[in-house]
Design a protein around this ligand. Structure first.
Ligand code: B16
Ligand code: MG
Length: 218
């Protein structure tokens, strides 16, 4: 049986990747190199400091830890300016209905995000009340593909890994789910998310009946 659904945030419930992109691009511009939307794909699901390392590698630059902390801070300040203005219109199609359905079907719901800004995004979009547990970048010490974020989610919901389904848009997130012993639904394209048990284009294609039917046969 399915007892819990664990959701990634960026790319699954909201599209904050575009704000991450603008903020990283502004940082790259200020450092004098180009950062493209394609480059930004490499940062999805990756923690803030690991993202900075990738960005600096693209720019061919290296800095000491103190300077890196300062750069990450300035990127985050810009990013927070954007997400402060988010509202419920930015919830991705199908996400709200599916969260509501999970709740009425008695399925527990947790967030499993790498973002340290997850709480602000959930509050601004009005999604906070739909979660029984919120595990974000402030509560974890290891980044995806480490399974920590999802194992903490399952623990908070008192569910066993085999009773959990993870919803993820990033390859590293699907790997994290697998390492946690959980089944997964990839949101995006089968080319990148082929390791997931099921891949759909968006949560618009999902409902609790389909979820139950698909995973009962697995
Ligand atoms: P922050 P998710 C991730 O969110 C983003 O996909 C990734 O691009 C970002 O670098 C990371 O959060 C950290 O975010 O700088 O706000 O702490 O997909 O795990 O919900
Ligand atoms: Mg994501």
């Amino acid at each position: 049986t399915i007892k819990a659904c664990l959701f990634d945030l960026d790319g699954v419930l909201v599209d904050t990747a575009k704000y991450h992109y603008i903020a990283w691009k502004e940082l790259a511009d200020s450092l004098g190199f180009t950062f493209t939307e394609k480059d930004n794909e490499r940062l999805k699901g990756v923690s803030r400091m690991a993202s900075l390392d990738i960005l600096l590698e693209i720019g061919g630059l290296s800095f000491d830890d103190a300077k890196k902390a300062e750069l990450a801070q300035s990127k985050n300040d810009r990013y927070v300016e954007y997400i402060t203005k988010m509202d419920s219109s930015e919830i991705l199609p199908g996400a709200l209905d599916f969260l509501k359905e999970c709740r009425s079907a008695g399925i527990k719901v947790a967030l499993g995000s790498a973002s340290k800004n997850a709480m602000m995004i959930l509050d601004n979009t009005g999604l906070t009340p739909y979660f029984d547990a919120i595990i974000d970048g402030n509560k974890t010490s290891a980044a995806k593909p480490d399974p920590e974020v999802f194992l903490l989610g399952a623990q908070a919901l008192e569910a066993r890994p085999e009773e959990c389904i993870v919803f993820e848009d990033a390859e590293a997130g699907i790997e994290a789910a697998q390492r946690a012993g959980m089944r997964s639904v990839g949101i995006g394209s089968p080319e990148t998310l082929g390791a997931a048990d099921l891949v759909i284009a968006s949560l618009e294609e999902m409902n609790t009946q389909r979820l139950g039917e698909f995973f009962a046969s697995k």
